[in-house]
Write a protein that binds this ligand. Structure first.
Ligand SMILES: Nc1ncnc2c1ncn2[C@@H]1O[C@H](COP(=O)(O)OP(=O)(O)OP(=O)(O)O)[C@@H](O)[C@H]1O
Length: 344
C-alpha cells in the first residue's frame, strides 16, 4: 500500500504543530520522520493512525482518502518506544490480543502467534511473563503484536529510544530485515540521524511542524538544502562566503564555480574530504591543530585555518600519522567536493 499526506496541518488551541505537510511513501518503503523534540513527528504519526484529526489536509492510502475514517477502520499498527505491552498477560496473550478481539478461532490464533514469534525470533518463549523479557525482547514482542494484525501501514514511534547503543544497532537491523521480508509500508519516527540513515528508504527532515527536506538518505546527507538540515545530519564545516571585489566567490583561496547571483552563499566542506599533511607540498593551506577527538575508527581534528576553524575527519588506521594539539599542519581539499546550499 502507498501512503500520501497532502497539505496536512494541525492546530492545538491556536498553536500550529503541523504546517501544510506533503509526503509520500511508496509501497514497501520505510520513510523516516527525523527531527528534534516538538517538531511534530508524533502528531503526524497519530493523524495517520486516526488517533487525532488534522485541522486541514488529507491522508490517502493507495487511491482512497481515509481522512475522516476512525482508527479501527484504517488497518495501521503502531510500535511505541515504551512497548505498550500488557503486564498481566504473558507474551503469547499479548501478541494474540488483536486477534482475540476479532473473535478468531483459537487454533488459527495459535498458529499465527507462533508464526510471528518466529519472525521476530522469540519462538519458544510463548508463556514468558512480560517482566521476564529483556528490553530488546520487549521491543520484538511489540513488533510481533503489530505484525500479527497484518497492517497496511506500520507506524514506529521512536521504538529504540529505550535501548542501549549496541542493542539499538542490532534491533534496527532486525526491523529492517522484517520490514523487507513483510514489505509493509512503514513510517519510522526518530531524532537520531544515524538510525534514519540506516533504516529508511527516504527521510523527511522536520522542523517546527514543517518538512524542511525530503529525499533519499544519501541526498539528505551529501546534499542538504540548508544549514539546518546539514547540522541535523551531523554535518560540520558550514561556512558563509562573500563575493570578492571581482564578483567571484573564493573559499580559502580556491575559486568556487557557481551561477549564484547573490552576494553571499553558504557552503558545506565535508570533513571527510579534508586532507592533512605534515609539510607543505606547495599550494597547501597552513593551519594549527586546535583539538583532537577520537570517535571510534575516526579521528576528528579541529584545525584553525586563517580566520576560521574547520574539521577534518581521518580514518584511524594503524599506519595513519596522528597529529598532536598545537601542531602546525597543511591542509588541502578538492573545491569540487564542497556543496553549496540552495536555501539560506
Ligand atoms: N494534545 C496536544 N495539545 C496541545 N499541544 C500539543 C498536543 N500534542 C502535541 N502538542 C504540541 O505539538 C508540538 C509537536 O508535538 P509532537 O509530539 O508531535 O512532537 P515530536 O516531534 O514527536 O516530539 P518528541 O520527539 O519530543 O516526541 C509540540 O510543541 C507539542 O507540545
Amino acid at each position: 500500500m502507498s501512503l500520501r499526506i497532502e497539505g496536512v496541518s494541525k492546530t492545538f488551541n491556536g498553536f500550529q504543530a503541523l504546517k501544510k505537510v506533503n509526503l509520500e511513501v511508496k509501497e514497501g518503503e520505510i520513510l523516516a520522520l527525523l527531527g528534534s523534540s516538538g517538531c511534530g513527528k508524533t502528531t503526524l504519526l497519530r493523524i495517520i493512525a486516526g488517533l487525532i484529526e488534522q485541522t486541514e489536509g488529507k491522508v490517502w492510502i493507495n487511491e482512497t482518502d481515509i481522512s475522516g475514517w476512525p482508527a479501527q477502520k484504517r488497518n495501521t499498527a503502531m510500535v511505541f518506544q515504551n512497548y505498550a505491552l500488557f503486564p498481566h498477560m504473558n507474551l503469547e496473550e499479548n501478541i494474540a490480543y488483536g486477534l482475540t478481539l476479532k473473535k478468531m478461532r483459537r487454533n488459527a490464533i495459535r498458529s499465527q502467534v507462533n508464526e510471528v514469534l518466529k519472525q521476530v525470533q522469540l519462538d519458544g518463549l510463548n508463556k514468558r511473563k512480560i517482566q521476564e523479557l529483556s528490553g530488546g525482547q520487549k521491543q520484538r514482542a511489540a513488533l510481533a503484536r503489530a505484525l500479527i494484525t497484518k497492517p497496511d501501514i506500520l507506524l514506529f514511534d521512536e521504538p529504540l529510544s529505550n535501548l542501549d547503543e549496541k542493542l539499538r544497532v542490532s534491533m534496527r537491523e532486525e526491523i529492517s530485515r522484517i520490514q523487507r521480508e513483510t514489505g509493509i509500508t512503514s513510517i519510522y519516527v526518530t531524532h537520531d540521524q544515524k538510525e534514519a540513515m540506516a533504516i529508511a528508504h527516504k527521510i523527511a527532515v522536520m522542523s517546527h511542524g514543517e518538512v524542511v527536506q525530503w529525499g533519499e538518505p544519501e541526498d539528505i546527507f551529501y546534499r542538504p538544502v540548508n544549514a539546518f538540515t546539514a547540522d541535523f545530519m551531523g554535518r560540520v564545516n558550514v561556512f558563509e562566503c562573500q563575493k570578492n571585489s571581482q564578483g567571484i566567490f573564493t573559499f580559502l583561496g580556491k575559486t568556487i564555480e557557481t551561477s549564484s547571483n547573490s552576494k553571499a552563499i553558504q557552503l558545506l566542506l565535508p570533513p571527510e574530504e579534508v586532507d592533512i599533511y605534515e609539510t607543505d607540498k606547495g599550494q597547501l593551506i597552513q593551519g594549527t591543530v586546535v583539538a583532537i577527538e577520537l570517535s571510534g575508527a575516526l579521528i576528528h581534528y579541529r584545525i584553525a585555518v586563517k580566520n576560521l576553524h574547520l574539521y577534518a575527519y581521518r580514518l584511524r588506521r594503524v599506519k595513519e600519522r596522528i597529529y598532536s594539539e598545537n601542531q602546525t599542519v597543511w591542509i588541502d581539499f578538492d573545491i569540487k567536493t564542497i556543496h553549496i546550499f540552495e536555501e539560506r
